[in-house]
Design a protein around this ligand. Sequence first.
Ligand code: ZN
Length: 404
Amino acid sequence: LIIRNSVACKTCGYIHTVRVYLGVNPTQIHNFNCLGCNEEISISLDLDLQNISAEFNFLENSEPAEQEGSVINLDPAFPINKDLLNVDGFSTRIRQVHALAERQRELLGHSVSMPLEKARNILEYDIKEEWKNLKKCWSLSKNGRDKLAKREIEEANEKYYRTDPLDSYKDWLFRFCFKLSGKAYYKKFERIAKQLNLAAKSHEKFKKFHNYFNSELFTHHQDKYFDILKDYFIAYDTFNQIHIYTHTDLEIPSNSTLSLFEFDKVKMFYGNCYEIITSSFETFACLNNIIAGREFDTFETITLKKYKTFDKSSRHNPFSSNSDFSCICDCLNNNLRNASHHASFVNDSLNHTIKYRSGKGGTGSEETIKYLDYILLCENIVCSIAVIMQIELMLNSNYTSSTQ
Ligand SMILES: [Zn+2]
């Protein structure tokens, strides 16, 4: 379903005909740059999903117009082919929906064709809504409000987990991470879990690490994950346009771009994720020491104390030759991290790109990255963090090596 309306820019009077695709959130906000003066325009839709109706709102720098103008397609759930951004009359979505339905069918291993309706339900599952509930439960648990947290879990069981009820917020978080990172990241999870199991076979050494992890690292890491997931869902409308692609490991059609890019909400996101994931590498580095036959805090040539002083870009070095651990590192881009972390990105909205300088302190050559590629990297790093969260939740429980 597409909602069509005429929108005039309050700054220069230029008239646009916006064609907005409907998503699954009750309110969807869209920002785009005026085709006349390039100033940002903001509109929103309030959806009534039961009665299939939508109310169109004019927010920043926008007002109603009588006649039609230049077409702008806006889609909250899919990227749009660059050549179709301003084309009227046909769906920019249809091919993508079919490719994704097909991919879901492969991943779920159905031998017979899945009804399109079912594929659609999977595609349109609203993870943002579940996050709101989980966030509250997690926060209550962090603050020791166990009774109130338990009530949230009971509600979640009713809403999302009827057939297989949750027993704690950690159980919820663990399953939510699966939903977030998807089947594509499950393989990485399995590889790392295998290494965890291997380390746990060295009972005495593992026990020492287990104590250290639970007293020194777990809560500290959890606090960081809570903050970064909060940031992720604040900017979810931007991420949601490609989330289904990272989730299913399907290649995004070439020449695609995003119709929504909330620069202010995402510009520091990659850098913040980078800090968090590389700090968490300590867990893998210690496990890797045990697997190599050493104590968890003894590296080949250095001590744990020295390791902690390493620059974030080197924290994966001690386990880089163990491919089951290092498979999580392909989301790392140190140049982009520096620019994102130090907020030295420049938004080029006309070309749908970000400009930044490489090198430490931004002294290197000027680089360009497309909006879509930047968001894809953000998606990959947040899914990688979700995998690490799962491993750490396993470690936090009374983990012992399985007999296999
Ligand atoms: Zn304008």
